[in-house]
Design a binder for this molecule. Structure first.
Ligand SMILES: Nc1ncnc2c1ncn2[C@@H]1O[C@H](COP(=O)(O)OP(=O)(O)OP(=O)(O)O)[C@@H](O)[C@H]1O
Ligand SMILES: Nc1nc2c(c(=O)[nH]1)N=C(CO)CN2
Length: 161
């Protein structure tokens, strides 16, 4: 079993329902179990500003799926939940990112681990910190990254799941 962290985001439709459904779908993947979920945050859109605020959370899971298999499964859940890709960084029903996978670092065409933009995003770092308080990504402490990012980007706790 390997530990992995998934970032979950949504800014279309019933956002809280989308988050809950995505967590159920993750827990239903073969040889995979959700072991912990972070709180849900309301977050300012990052990258492309002319869109509604997002709800974001993060999920810890244990899985027998290899990183590429897990990414493929995330893309399938996105497709099943009706995600259509239009604008880069634009609105979406559900966005599932593979943030970190135990013991795996790589830079591939389809998959980069840890997720390349992870430590630039308050909407990723704050929920992830709840799951991994002593976390370090490429030598950067999540705690320090969170302290900096929450002053720069709009983010507030919406609810605990
Ligand atoms: N760690 C990763 N997690 C998720 N997708 C990844 C990762 N590394 C590379 N990718 C690739 O990125 C592609 C595009 O992902 P997506 O459409 O979700 O981008 P985005 O959400 O607009 O931007 P971002 O990746 O910055 O969140 C995926 O099809 C996948 O192949
Ligand atoms: N706040 C916030 N902004 C985003 C998000 C997201 O999940 N939350 N996802 C994006 C997709 O690339 C682009 N911008």
């Amino acid at each position: 079993m390997s530990l992995a962290y998934i970032g979950v985001g949504t800014n279309l439709g019933n956002k809280l329902e989308n988050i809950k459904r995505a967590i159920e779908e993750l827990n239903s993947l073969p040889a995979t179990k959700v072991i912990k979920t972070a709180g849900v945050y309301e977050t300012e859109p990052w990258g492309y500003k002319e869109q509604d605020w997002f709800l974001n959370t993060a999920v810890a899971l244990e899985t027998e799926l290899a990183p590429e298999e897990l990414l493929e499964a995330l893309l399938q859940i996105e497709a099943k939940m009706g995600r259509v890709r239009h604008i880069r960084y634009g609105p979406r029903v559900i966005d599932l990112d593979l943030l970190w996978y135990e013991g795996e670092e790589r830079q591939g065409e389809k998959l980069t681990l840890p997720h390349p933009r992870l430590t630039e995003r308050a909407f990723v770092v704050l929920p992830l910190l709840e799951l991994w308080p002593d976390g370090e990504i490429k030598g950067m402490s999540l705690r320090e990254a969170a302290a900096r990012l929450k002053k720069e980007q709009g983010i507030r706790k919406f609810k605990n799941l």
